[in-house]
Write a protein that binds this ligand. Structure first.
Ligand SMILES: [Fe+2]
Length: 196
């Protein structure tokens, strides 16, 4: 466990938030966040992420680099079962909680900050959750679908908002996608649920 790598990732995320109006207005950046060490959990997607995290831009490149350096040391999670999403998905997907009310590295009650990676040509099926959500694309591209809206292809620096319990889905193409995700509202510590 290398504490500096966690501090670097949080600092890089904070710089982006300060420069991104959609993030600034979604939730204030928490002041002091106590750190808790957690045991790493390795997943196959770490290698995929090193190879296929996709294009960053000038704003997001420091966070992409910090997350790639941090990836071998984090407690990765996958939430879904093979029956729900398939083995290929589980081999090339993962997320971890950088900050949050209960299971993150940095403790805060006002938001949950997670990092998610999907490799190329994956479909993250329709799902929903009670907290409101703001996705920020760190690198790569993805087609984001939200119930009742036209699909949008997002790239580094783009954001998309999901309302409480609003179903959404994500599909990657030739590029994987690395995302930084903020939640706010009730149910912050709960996992998302697949539709149906
Ligand atoms: Fe979501």
């Amino acid at each position: 466990m290398n504490r500096t790598l966690f501090d670097n990732a949080l600092a890089a995320a904070a710089k982006i938030a300060a420069a991104t109006p959609n993030q600034r207005s979604f939730v204030p950046w928490p002041e002091a966040m106590p750190f808790t060490a957690r045991s790493p959990v390795a997943i196959p997607a770490i290698g995929e992420m090193q190879r296929h995290s996709g294009l960053a831009n000038a704003l997001t490149q420091p966070l992409q680099s910090a997350l790639l350096a941090l990836a071998p040391f984090v407690e990765w999670r996958q939430t879904y079962s093979e029956a729900e999403v398939g083995r290929d998905f589980l081999n090339r997907f993962g997320w971890f909680e950088l900050a949050g009310p209960r299971d993150g590295y940095f403790q805060t009650d006002i938001t949950r900050m997670t990092v998610g990676f999907w490799g190329p040509n994956l479909h993250y099926p329709w799902h929903s959750h009670e907290p409101e959500e703001l996705y920020f694309v760190v690198s790569g591209t993805g087609i984001f679908e939200v119930a009742g809206q036209e699909p949008r292809t997002l790239q580094a620096g783009d954001t998309i908002f999901h309302a409480a319990n609003q179903p959404h889905a994500l599909t990657t193409d030739a590029s994987g996608i690395l995302t930084f995700v903020l939640w706010r509202g009730d149910g912050l510590a709960d996992p998302p649920k697949m539709a149906g």
